[in-house]
Write a protein that binds this ligand. Structure first.
Ligand code: PLP
Length: 388
């Protein structure tokens, strides 16, 4: 099709030209004496994205989900108990990963479309008087339902319970797009991938570790090989990596860090909030409902929209893709066929998103959903215009 494709899924997100150019280069010797300056430029700036001043950040050639494993196997001993709220497909997969590694996970079930409940986490931790639970697994932004959890409130709940468990946070669809306060929330491990807020292709897993989490690495008895942070730390300290790094992606990450930090992380978060406000206004104008059950937990990086009874959301997605050249996110697992998702994170501005909303409107009407063409776009533009 002529014109540009709209990649409007919540990751991978469009890769800006500037990042594509940064990655388009010849390979080089990753053991050369010139390499450490480059590696250190990346490793020293990664923490700024999450307002981290203590601890360390690590980069692996790996998808985001591999970082669930990396965080766990470096900090939690074999067979230990963990606590995790489950409220969508990614919190489910985080739990599954932990269980596959042999951990015992106490699951707090929440309805999909809800967020993690700090009060229930506090009660579960308070009941664990022997302090068997070694970690709380929390998905900050549940990409399946478009719901953001209050990490600060979860940390406060852990404090009230006076529980020493580590706080392990999945920030795959929040880090580098939503406000993420690693130090203030006293997060112990935070994980993400390169293909969302960092605006890169998939392939880099990023792991942030607090000083508390790092102190566990040496004594942690969980068997591990590729994800062993001991080897990674020793190499990083010299400006190298233990295995051949994904060089092209690292060049992209270097440039992405420049883009993000030049914009300023507070401005990045504010931009995402502003864009999300317009999308939510559009959903309201269409007379549709969000999967997020309460406005205060609705995500600023994506919106999951529930289609009316009798309509299969997959039809809307197919029409959008085949007729209007726009890719929308599908509903996953429990909400398959019931929701479609609009990603609005990464290299995104109001005009791009206005075009995307126009594509969604045409697909909705073609799928037989009664909305007025232009209503959502108009409502969004009202949010986005900047009168002097
Ligand atoms: N966690 C969340 C919240 C996600 O949205 C995703 C992917 O969309 C993942 C984990 C898994 O990341 P990856 O597909 O890079 O393994």
């Amino acid at each position: 099709m002529a014109g540009r494709h709209f990649l409007q899924i919540p990751g991978p997100t469009p890769v800006p030209d500037r990042l594509q150019r940064a990655m388009h280069r010849q390979m080089e010797d990753h053991r050369s004496s010139a390499f450490p300056a480059f590696a250190r430029r990346i490793l020293s700036r990664l923490p700024q994205v999450v307002h981290q001043t203590k601890g360390e950040a690590f980069v692996f050639p790996a998808p985001g989900s591999a970082m669930w494993e990396a965080a766990l196997v470096n900090t939690v001993n074999p067979g230990a108990r963990l606590l995790a709220p489950r409220f969508g497909q990614f919190s489910h997969l985080f739990i599954q990963t932990a269980r596959n590694l042999g951990y015992r996970v106490d699951v707090l079930e929440e309805p999909w479309g809800e967020a993690a409940d700090p009060a229930r986490i506090e009660a579960a931790l308070a009941a664990d008087t022997a302090h068997e639970i070694q970690g709380v697994l929390l998905v900050h932004n549940e990409t399946a339902t478009g719901v953001t959890c209050d990490v600060a409130a979860v940390r406060a709940a852990m404090d009230r319970a006076k529980h020493p468990a580590l706080l392990l946070v999945d920030g795959v669809s929040s880090i580098a797009s939503l406000d993420f306060r690693f130090d203030d929330w006293r997060v112990d491990c935070a994980i993400t991938g390169s293909q969302k807020g960092f605006m890169l292709p998939a392939g880099l897993g990023i792991l942030y570790m607090s000083e508390t989490a790092l102190a566990r690495v040496e004594g942690c008895t969980m068997p591990r090989a590729y994800f062993d942070l001991k080897a990674m730390r020793a190499n990083n300290a010299q400006g190298y990596f233990p295995s051949t790094p994904a060089l092209s992606l690292l060049y992209g990450l270097d440039e992405a860090l420049t883009m993000l930090l030049d914009e300023g992380m507070d401005n990045v978060a504010a931009r995402h909030k502003r864009l999300a406000t317009g999308v939510r206004a559009a959903v309201k104008a269409w007379g549709l409902r969000e999967c997020a059950k309460r406005p205060e937990i609705a995500s600023n990086s994506l919106t999951a929209i529930v289609v009316p009874e009798g309509v299969d959301a997959r039809t809307v997605i197919d029409i959008a893709f085949n007729r209007y050249d726009i890719a929308l996110g599908s509903g996953l697992s429990e909400v398959a066929g019931k929701v479609f998702r609009i990603g609005h994170l990464g290299d995104m501005n109001a005009l791009t998103l206005a075009g995307a909303l126009a594509g969604v409107e045409m697909a909705l009407v073609d799928a037989g959903i009664q909305i007025t063409l232009g209503s959502g776009v108009g409502a969004a533009l009202q949010q986005w215009r900047m009168p002097s």
